[in-house]
Design a protein around this ligand. Structure first.
Ligand SMILES: *Cc1c(COP(=O)(O)O)cnc(C)c1O
Length: 230
C-alpha cells in the first residue's frame, strides 16, 4: 500500500484539533515537527509542499546532509542525543536543539554560538520517567541545571522536551506529560532571565494526543506522516 503523506497530515491535523478541544485549548497553535530520520529527500520535499515547515533529525550527519540539499526551505530541529564534538557542524544550521541535557554540552554550545555571533535556542531534555535507556536530566536536576546555564549568554532556553516510555495503553504515560507541564510552570514562575518556557516538546506518533491534552504545543511525528521506518 502506498503511503499518502497528504492523507496522513490531514489525519494528524484533525487529531490535533480534537485533542485541543478536549483540553479546552481550541484554536491554539501546536507546532508540528516532521521527524525525517531515514526519510529520503524526495518524500521530505513532498511533505514540505504539503505545508511542513519544520523537520527533526536525531543524527548530526543526516541533518547536515539534508540541510545541504533542502537548505532554508524549512527549519531544522535536533531532537536526538548531541555529542559535544559534533556541535560545530550544526550550530549554524538548526533553529532549535531539543536535547540539552548536560553542562559540557551547554558550554560547547555557548562557545560555538559565540563564535558565530548568534544565540542558540534550546530545550532542556528531561527523562521524566527516569528510564535507564534514555538521555535527559531527572526532574529534580532541571532547576539547578537551568540556574547554571544562566551564565551562558549565547544560550537561550525556550522550554522542555521529553520522550515518554513506549506503552500500549497511552493513559499510562499521561502522568509523564503532566509532570513536564508542571515543571515548566514552576520554572516560568521563577522568572529566569535567559529562559522563556515557550515550548513543551512532547508527543510522538504513539502518544501525541495525550500529550496535547496535557499541554504540549510542539509534537515530533515521524511514523504517522511517513510510515514505518526501515
Ligand atoms: C524518532 C523520534 C520521534 C518520532 O517518532 P515516531 O514514533 O516515528 O513519531 C520523535 N522524537 C524523537 C526524539 C525521535 O527520536
Amino acid at each position: 500500500m502506498k503511503i499518502s503523506i497528504r492523507d496522513n497530515l490531514l489525519d494528524i491535523e484533525e487529531k490535533i484539533n480534537k485533542a485541543l478541544i478536549r483540553a479546552g485549548r481550541e484554536g491554539e497553535k501546536v507546532h508540528l515537527i516532521a521527524v525525517t530520520k531515514t526519510v529520503d529527500v524526495d518524500r521530505i520535499n513532498e511533505a514540505i509542499r504539503l505545508g511542513i515547515t519544520d523537520i527533526g533529525e536525531n543524527r548530526v550527519q543526516e541533518l547536515v546532509k539534508k540541510y545541504d540539499i533542502i537548505n532554508d526551505k524549512v527549519k531544522y530541529h535536533m531532537i536526538g542525543h548531541l555529542q559535544t564534538n559534533k556541535v560545530k557542524y550544526l550550530i549554524d544550521k538548526v533553529s532549535l536543539i531539543h536535547s540539552l541535557d548536560r553542562m559540557s554540552l551547554a558550554k560547547e554550545l555557548n562557545k560555538r554560538a559565540q563564535k558565530h555571533g548568534i544565540i542558540i535556542d534550546t530545550l532542556v531534555q528531561v527523562n521524566v520517567a527516569d528510564e535507564e535507556s534514555k538521555f535527559g536530566l531527572r526532574v529534580e536536576e532541571v532547576i539547578p541545571f537551568i540556574e547554571d546555564v544562566q551564565d551562558y549568554e549565547h544560550i537561550r532556553i525556550k522550554g522542555l522536551m521529553t520522550i515518554a516510555p513506549f506503552v500500549e495503553d497511552k493513559e499510562e504515560v499521561r502522568w509523564v506529560f503532566r509532570r513536564l507541564r508542571q515543571l515548566s510552570e514552576e520554572i516560568k514562575g521563577r522568572g529566569y532571565e535567559n529562559v522563556d518556557m515557550e515550548f513543551l516538546s512532547m508527543g510522538m506518533t504513539n502518544d501525541f494526543e495525550v500529550a496535547i491534552e496535557e499541554g504540549s504545543n510542539m509534537i515530533r511525528i515521524g511514523t504517522a506522516i511517513f510510515g514505518e521506518r526501515k
